[in-house]
Design a protein around this ligand. Structure first.
Ligand code: BG6
Length: 492
């Protein structure tokens, strides 16, 4: 609001995340007039740089053709350096923040602080403790802390991290990012489901045969294999991004859109689920591409020889409640695949008495295409136009760039940073939610970590490991009975 001044302190400002995501997102907010005028941004890292040197590193990431707008933003950027473990350095950081406040806050404005920890997890706890001891906002102004995954590696380490944070910080001060919650189409799930009468009426086990939530990437782990190997695809994508989408698809109507009402419903879903068993998973690891032009996962020198870390995972999960009992939720994610897309696919049951029609009917599917080329489309049977009476698949298609021509879809980080500035935690992960999510995956992850499962090798650039279709069919997933595929419309 008008009476608030905010300093956003980016810890780890010289790192990759800050450069690629945090600063560009802040810039985009400023560009579109969503960053309150009274905001200053202070970078903090170990490198001894001047503010000028620092901003010249950040600037190339701010894509814009308007030099004036860039200059206006750059005038809000500041930098100071220090260690992550010395109390004195945090006392200095506090001084630097206070100085900005004294220079830029208007009389009567409260002087709030957002700390964005763009840092490796090994320093989360000491940094959070030091920030509490030395750098909190004063005089009743608020302090918020943004943290990003990994939130531990399993239930136990996540709890340890949670306890350490909770020793000094209130839950309402902590913003745990799952950046999928900032994506436009993920945020849209609540509107689609609860603002439409007809979806509400079919959103359960009586009408839905299965739900498929899919994340596919074309790139492998090139360059960050060493980091990735400690985590694997289940921690990297499934346990967080896909599970978050699942809870939004499956939850009951929240009482209101307030953060805790929404998160209460999400937690209820997670607590109705059983921990995943490795027998209910397909794990894969990519090998070299068929033509040999792309390296396999194990060819990366930063990956330990013989690693069994999965780069692909499919898993089936069930929600034991009235709405979903018996409906398989199939989560799939992988790197180095044939295409890049994230989507939610709700497959409906067969129509009773469908044999009355001359042609084979396919099942209805509602697809929420998260990225790229955002769209919502409903596959349905339609009479083939003309004198005949056959049915074929057609679609009701809401492709975003067509329906919302010229509308800009903000980056997830941009949306989430704005939420932090506004104090809205609805799209952030609550402590009990995180705990429930880890509970579901920890037993399987421990088996995988112990090397008990040999991942199936799939070629770089392929559709994933063999046996997937069989795996899916086992849970009643029907492939199209025709050759239909939805084609994203190209912009005019
Ligand atoms: C990150 C994972 O959380 O999400 C990456 O660590 C993955 O491995 C990325 O590539 C995908 O995000 P997006 O926004 O590009 O779909």
């Amino acid at each position: 609001g008008q009476n608030e001044y905010v300093t956003v302190i980016v810890l780890g400002a010289s790192g990759d995340l800050a450069k690629k995501k945090t600063y560009p997102a802040l810039y985009s907010l400023a560009k579109h007039a969503f960053l309150p005028a009274s905001t200053h941004i202070l970078g903090y890292a170990r490198s001894n740089l001047s503010t000028q040197d620092f901003t010249s590193r950040i600037q190339p990431g701010l894509k814009d053709s308007d030099p004036q707008r860039i200059a206006a933003f750059v005038s809000k950027l500041h930098y100071t350096h220090g260690s992550y473990d010395q109390p004195q350095d945090y006392a200095n950081l506090d001084k630097a923040i206070t100085q900005l406040e004294n220079t830029h806050a208007l009389p009567g404005q409260s002087k709030n602080r957002v700390f964005y920890m763009a840092l490796p997890p090994s320093v989360f706890i000491p940094v959070a403790n030091m920030l509490h001891a030395h750098c909190r906002a004063h005089n009743g102004a608020w302090t918020r802390v943004i943290v990003e995954k990994p939130f531990g590696k399993d239930l136990e380490s996540s709890r340890e991290l949670g306890r350490a944070l909770a020793a000094n910080w209130h839950e309402h001060e902590l913003y745990r990012i799952d950046h999928y919650l900032g994506k436009e189409m993920v945020k849209n799930l609540i509107s689609l489901r609860f603002a439409n009468m007809f979806f509400g009426a079919v959103w359960d086990r009586h009408a839905i045969a299965n739900v498929q939530i899919t994340f596919k990437e074309m790139i492998g782990t090139e360059g960050r294999g060493g980091y990735f190997d400690e985590f694997g695809i289940v921690r990297d994508v499934m346990q967080n991004h896909l599970l978050q989408i699942l809870t939004l698809v499956a939850m009951d109507r929240p009482v209101t859109l307030l953060a805790d009402d929404v998160r209460n419903e999400k937690v209820k879903v997670l607590r109705c689920m059983r921990p995943i068993k490795t027998q209910d998973m397909v794990l894969g690891q990519y090998g070299p591409s068929e033509d040999g032009s792309k390296p396999g996962y194990l060819d990366d020198k930063t990956v330990p020889a013989g690693s069994k870390t999965p780069t692909y995972a499919a898993a089936v999960m069930f929600i034991d409640n009235d709405r979903w009992s018996g409906v398989p939720f199939i989560l799939r994610c992988g790197k180095a695949l044939n295409e890049a897309k994230t989507e939610v696919r709700i497959q409906f049951r067969d129509v009773p008495g469908g044999h009355m029609f001359p042609s084979t009917l396919s099942r209805n599917e509602l697809v929420i295409r998260v990225q790229p080329k955002e769209a919502v489309y409903l596959k349905l049977m339609n009479k083939e136009p003309g004198l005949g009476y056959k049915q074929h698949i057609a679609e009701l298609d809401m492709t975003y760039h067509e329906r919302y021509e010229g509308v800009r879809i903000p980056d997830a980080y941009e949306a989430l940073l704005l939420d932090v500035l506004r104090g809205d935690q609805a799209n952030f992960v609550r402590d009990d939610e995180l705990d429930a999510a880890w509970s579901l995956f920890t037993p399987a992850l421990h088996e995988i970590d112990a090397g008990k499962i040999d991942p199936l090798v799939y070629p770089y650039g392929s559709r994933g490991p063999n046996g997937l279709i069989k795996f899916m069919a086992q849970y009643g997933v029907e492939r199209d009975r025709t050759e239909y595929t939805w084609q994203p419309k190209t912009p005019k």
